[in-house]
Design a protein around this ligand. Structure first.
Ligand code: ADP
Ligand code: MN
Ligand code: MN
Ligand code: MN
Ligand code: MN
Length: 357
């Protein structure tokens, strides 16, 4: 693992008051981000000051060659930890040539849903799990090329070169998110070696998706500097190895206030009645990806069963022990896949628990 680009001496050169804006959008895979750069001759302070732009959707699996332009509209701004200074990262929504939200643009509907229930002040915290791979995309970082490391056990929150792989990437990503203004809450090494987690939140409403998508871009970009590859696959290595999820922690104002447990149970009951709809929204393939992970083993519940429990990690939904003690707080939906779209996940959740749809 080495650092390729960061010591580039050209990066100190004067930019004469111009701003480099890196526009980021979600591509046709509904799992990966793309981005490109634009020079601005002012330093923007709000996304509304930024020009709309476009890209070739036929190269991102989002349109045909004959009518290929997809429009990108800036929706939130972060500081750029790679270029630094006044340069920015710009999260965008995608629009089709007819001006309708692109079918892969789930932010548009999510934003409307969040707007409808803003009086309930919904907060989210997402635990993003992922796996680092060598450039061959087959060997998890630091695993023997032919064979496997010793069985799971010593790796979770482990310390030492024999237990964790890729900490330099994790630390760089953590700091880069802080610099950018992404609300990163923590990190930990996971149960499978080369698998990691970070948490983003609590974030209110639509900002959960914006912060998580930008944190994913920063992660892939940091890994690129170290010549390693990030996988968001929910079960990157079949067999007796943990999968990767995006546990989503949820609360509304009422749940956070005294007696909030009643509201929490009400919300969980409503979610139990919509289990199928939630599973369909929790990965890019209506549950096909997640089915490899939600087996009822490796700290998951089976994909076709809904259950909940206090401090139970084999459940669809877990109420943290401390929340039960306090009688208020939040709960954790353990079903979303590591490659989920957080706009779909948070949108689906407020539809069920706030809007009764
Ligand atoms: P776990 O015990 O499941 O590993 P983590 O500590 O990894 O939990 O993540 C807990 C997440 O819950 C954090 O992202 C945090 O921001 C989020 N969180 C804490 N309080 C709330 C709340 N009231 N509403 C929503 N999310 C919350
Ligand atoms: Mn061109
Ligand atoms: Mn966690
Ligand atoms: Mn975890
Ligand atoms: Mn969790």
């Amino acid at each position: 693992m080495e650092l390729d680009g960061l010591k580039n001496p050209f990066m100190d050169l004067e930019q004469h008051g111009k701003c480099q804006a890196f526009y980021i959008w979600i591509d046709g895979s509904e799992e990966n981000v793309r981005g490109k750069s634009k020079t601005l001759d002012f330093i923007p302070t709000s996304p509304s000051e930024l020009p709309e732009w476009n890209y070739d959707g036929s190269s991102t699996n989002q349109s045909t060659g004959a009518n290929s332009d997809v429009y990108i509209r800036p929706v939130s701004i972060f500081k750029d930890p790679f270029r630094r200074g006044d340069n920015i990262l710009v999260m965008c929504e995608t629009y089709a040539p007819d001006d309708n939200p692109h079918p892969t643009n789930y932010r548009h509907e999510c934003n409307q849903l969040m707007e409808k229930c803003k009086d309930e002040y919904p907060w989210f915290g997402i635990e993003q799990e992922y796996t680092l791979f060598e450039l061959d995309e087959r060997t998890p970082l630091g695993w023997p090329v032919n064979g496997f490391p010793g069985p799971q056990g010593p790796y979770y929150c482990g310390v030492g070169a024999n237990k964790v792989k890729g900490r330099k990437v994790v630390e760089a990503h953590y700091r880069a998110c802080m610099y950018a203004g992404v609300k990163i809450a923590g990190t930990n090494a996971e149960v499978m070696p080369s698998q990691w987690e970070y948490q983003v939140g609590p974030c209110e409403g639509i900002s959960m998706g914006d912060h998580l998508w930008v944190s994913r871009y920063i992660l892939c970009r940091v890994a690129e500097e170290f010549n390693v590859v990030v996988s968001f696959d929910p079960k990157p290595i079949p067999g007796d190895w943990n999968g990767a999820g995006c546990h989503t922690n949820i609360s509304t104002l009422k749940m956070r206030e005294d007696g909030g447990m009643t509201e929490i149970i009400k919300a969980i009951d409503a979610m139990g009645k919509k289990h199928k709809e939630h599973i369909e929204a929790y990965d890019p393939s209506k549950g096909v990806d997640n089915a490899r992970r939600l087996t009822g083993r490796h700290e998951t519940a089976s994909i076709d069963k809904f259950n909940y429990g206090v401090a139970h990690r084999g459940c669809s939904i877990r109420i943290p022990r401390q929340v039960e003690k306090d009688g208020k707080g939040y709960f954790e939906d353990r079903r979303p896949s590591s490659n989920c779209d957080p706009y779909r996940v948070t949108g689906r959740i407020v539809k069920t628990i706030c809007l009764g749809e």
